[in-house]
Design a protein around this ligand. Structure first.
Ligand SMILES: C[S@@+](CC[C@H](N)C(=O)[O-])C[C@H]1O[C@@H](n2cnc3c(N)ncnc32)[C@H](O)[C@@H]1O
Length: 269
């Protein structure tokens, strides 16, 4: 029941979508503080196993969620760079990149103060910090970072246009913006227009729907059991929907091509 209400009202207007997303993620971070829940993305399966990163045992359970981050930044020279992540969620991706790729500094921002408090509590790496912030109004000076990354978060924003201008502003020339998200075809058409009108140069664009779907398929059974164990029954429908376990509408829409998962890399010339 809650699941169908959530689905029908979430995309009514951009500002409503924005407010509801903020509320939902605040509630999730406040009420479900499990330390083994570090990611809120669909994940990514590499076509070739040889591309999969070698992980420490403690990170193995999150392999596919980690790989969504990994595929985004593996070809960038991250070492000693200043990274901003917008929409860092529970901080799992920030932790992975900081630990394995060793940037000079990594700042994760998220609209949810509860998610930020959680991230600061569970992620203790000297070069990594988290602060509350809004994708559409970044609190940083011009040209503060070398790389901005954004994972499965931009569909929550009221204005992608404002977000993209803010990313452009906080990067120097030669700064990179790597982003990945899932949207409907019509939403992607709107985003494409905004991208084409921006000053960024697109280096590549990839459809990663199959990689994401393969990940969801692999983690579905495990995720269902985990949700049953951790979440009360009245929110489980929403939680299964948001996690896109096999058989939910987001899973089916990704499978049928109504939802598309894409990755982009841009540079500021
Ligand atoms: C699906 S979660 C993904 C989190 C994380 N990137 C991951 O992969 O685990 C989307 C995140 O975007 C955040 N978010 C939504 N709107 C935002 C905004 N306007 N500014 C910053 N973060 C936002 C949410 O609070 C949530 O943590």
């Amino acid at each position: 029941m809650l699941g169908s209400i959530w689905r029908s009202i979430k995309f009514l207007t951009p500002s409503f979508n924005r407010a509801l997303s903020k509320f939902g993620y605040e509630m999730a971070a406040k009420n479900f503080q499990f330390e083994d829940w570090r990611f809120m993305n669909f994940g990514y399966v590499y076509e070739n196993d040889k591309d999969s990163p070698v992980l420490e045992k403690t990170d193995e359970l999150d392999r596919y969620f980690i790989q969504l981050y990994d595929h985004l930044i593996k070809d960038l020279n991250v070492e000693n760079k200043k990274i901003l992540e917008v929409g860092s969620g529970r901080g799992g991706g920030a932790n992975y990149i900081s630990k394995y790729y060793k940037p000079l500094s990594y700042v994760g921002i998220d609209i949810s103060q509860n998610a930020i408090d959680f991230s600061n509590r569970v992620n203790n790496i000297d070069t990594l910090s988290f602060e509350q912030g809004d994708a559409e109004n970044l609190s940083f000076k011009d040209q503060t970072f070398d790389i901005v990354i954004n994972v499965e978060s931009s569909h929550c924003y009221g204005s992608f246009d404002k977000f993209l201008s803010e990313v452009f502003r906080v990067l120097p020339s030669d700064g990179y913006f790597a982003f990945t998200d899932i949207m409907t075809i019509s939403k992607w058409n709107e985003i494409e227009k905004i991208i084409n009108n921006s000053k960024f140069r697109k280096i590549y664009e990839k459809d990663i729907s199959q990689n994401a779907l393969n990940s969801l398929t692999k983690v579905s059974e495990w995720r269902k059991t985990w949700l049953e164990d951790k979440f009360p029954s009245f929110v489980r429908g929403v939680a299964e929907d948001i996690s896109a376990v096999k058989g939910t509408r987001p899973y089916n829409k990704l499978e049928s091509g109504k939802l598309i998962y894409k990755t982009y890399l841009f540079v500021k010339d």
